[in-house]
Design a protein around this ligand. Structure first.
Ligand code: UDX
Length: 434
């Protein structure tokens, strides 16, 4: 099939490349000429394991075309995917749909024959209806479908190839067959093909992310209780997760959830609730609880190092919101590092995805190129993001200082082993902080 992906951000680039890889002709369009130049010379603008190679293969096979020419891409395609950003409007819960609507107006301008328009960007309930209104002049030329994306950063290619389900929302049942044909290579490998109304699909995306965020927040609050009542939160997660009605995934206690989706989509769902005069009190509490957690875990360092952080040396391992991505959005490190610097601590950090501009201007904060230099002679090592390379470290070799402390926010290490090695060790949801 011939496809056009508008927007070569995370969703557009990964799904466009993967669609090409299952045999489609895909035009990836972006206004950013530098991005397109990079892509045409084989450089991916985002960090995603396996993506570079997949782009190269499909580009060389001429199934993947990168262009700024929207007119050409639309004319050549049967299905147009809108993959542009839908951020929160600054300081509000509302979703900014201006990029989506701008895109729709451009599609209208360039379309001469029948097209299917698919929203892959996460859009609030009723966005498809609004798109229809914009297209009303040439209404008969278009079908508007919602096909939300559930890719996780760092696992995106696997998630595309082996999705739990493919959700298609359309008010025109005839279009289900076209979408089924497009996804048939994945359906034949076992992916569930789920169809519903357009509004239904729009709400499914927000609900899935808000539910997962709720699960994380729930276990994080239980972790606080476990710390005070002498229980290991991992036993609780295992004990409840073994109930198939609950499920074991997304029950890892740790820092506040972050990234490009959960923080944005929980707010977007509350905003949709307000629009339809429905109080989504659970989601509101999740947002607040997650916000409080950033402060709680940041300030907890005073319980470890005392009130005065002046000249304390703190080494931080991992600053992205999760491993296998270079994404810093809503990462706990954004709050933690500036706070410690402000309090006079000397912070070093290392992340496998490289130095972060967010910390460049901070006094007392230094990026180190390896784990060794980050941990050397520090008073406290904070494990913030669970990259594979942090999983089996010999801290006694890394840090020669007497009585250095480890604060493990991902429960990556075994407390008994730490005890045996006589390392003072704090983690999350275990009886440390009573
Ligand atoms: C998420 C959804 O999983 C994906 O389906 C959607 O399309 C986009 O949003 P992503 O943000 O890439 O994906 O990462 P994910 O792996 O879901 O993690 C999100 C956050 O939750 C991270 O901060 C992660 O550290 C945290 N998390 C996840 C936990 O704290 N505990 C868990 O058990 C799982």
């Amino acid at each position: 099939m011939k496809l056009c992906m508008i927007g070569t951000g995370y969703v557009g680039l990964v799904s466009g490349t993967c669609f090409a890889d299952i045999g489609n002709q895909v035009y990836c369009v972006d206004k950013d000429i530098n991005k397109i130049k990079k892509l045409n010379s084989g450089i991916s603008p985002i960090y995603e394991p396996g993506l570079d190679e997949l782009i190269k293969n499909n580009f060389n096979a001429k199934r993947l075309i990168f262009t700024t020419d929207l007119n050409k891409a639309i004319s050549a395609s049967d299905i147009i995917f809108i993959c542009v950003g839908t951020p929160n409007k600054k300081g509000t819960l509302n979703v900014d749909l201006s990029f989506v609507y701008k895109c729709v107006r451009e599609i209208l301008l360039h379309t001469k024959n029948k097209k299917i328009i698919v929203t892959k960007s996460t859009v609030p309930v009723g966005t498809g209806d609004e798109i229809e209104k914009i297209l009303k002049k040439k209404k008969k030329l278009f079908s508007i479908i919602s096909n939300p994306e559930f890719l996780r950063e760092g696992e995106a290619i696997r998630d595309f190839r082996y999705p739990d389900r493919i959700v298609i929302g359309s008010n025109n049942k005839n279009e289900f067959n076209t979408m089924k044909k497009l996804y048939s290579p994945l359906i034949s490998k076992g992916a569930k093909f789920f169809t519903t109304t357009r509004r239904g699909a729009e709400l499914i995306k927000y609900s899935a992310n808000a539910f997962l965020a709720t699960k994380i927040t729930f276990i994080n609050e239980l972790a606080n209780l476990c710390e005070k009542s002498g229980i290991d939160v991992e036993d609780v997660a295992l004990g409840i997760g073994s109930d198939s009605r609950i499920g074991s995934r997304f029950l890892r206690a740790g820092p506040a959830y972050g990234g490009s989706c959960f923080p944005k989509d929980t707010k977007g769902l509350v905003s949709a609730g307000e629009k339809f005069k429905t109080n989504l009190s659970i989601v509101k509490s999740v947002i607040k609880s997650n916000h409080d957690r950033v402060n709680l875990l940041t300030k907890r360092v005073h319980k470890i190092l005392g009130n005065n952080l002046k000249n304390k040396k703190i080494g931080i391992l991992g600053v992205t919101f999760k491993p296998n991505t270079d994404d810093m959005r809503d990462s706990t490190s954004l709050k933690m590092i500036p706070y410690y610097c402000k309090k006079g601590a000397k912070v070093t950090y290392y992340d496998p995805s490289g130095e972060k501009f967010e910390f460049k201007k901070l006094k007392n904060c230094e990026f180190k190129k390896n784990i060794n230099d980050t941990c050397k002679d520090t008073d406290l090592i904070i494990l913030l993001t669970e990259w594979d390379e942090f999983k089996s470290l010999d801290f006694k070799k890394l840090n020669k200082k007497r009585n250095f402390i480890i604060y493990d926010l991902r429960n990556l290490y075994n407390p008994k082993e730490m005890l045996n090695k006589k390392i003072k060790y704090f983690s999350v949801g275990r009886p440390n902080f009573n």
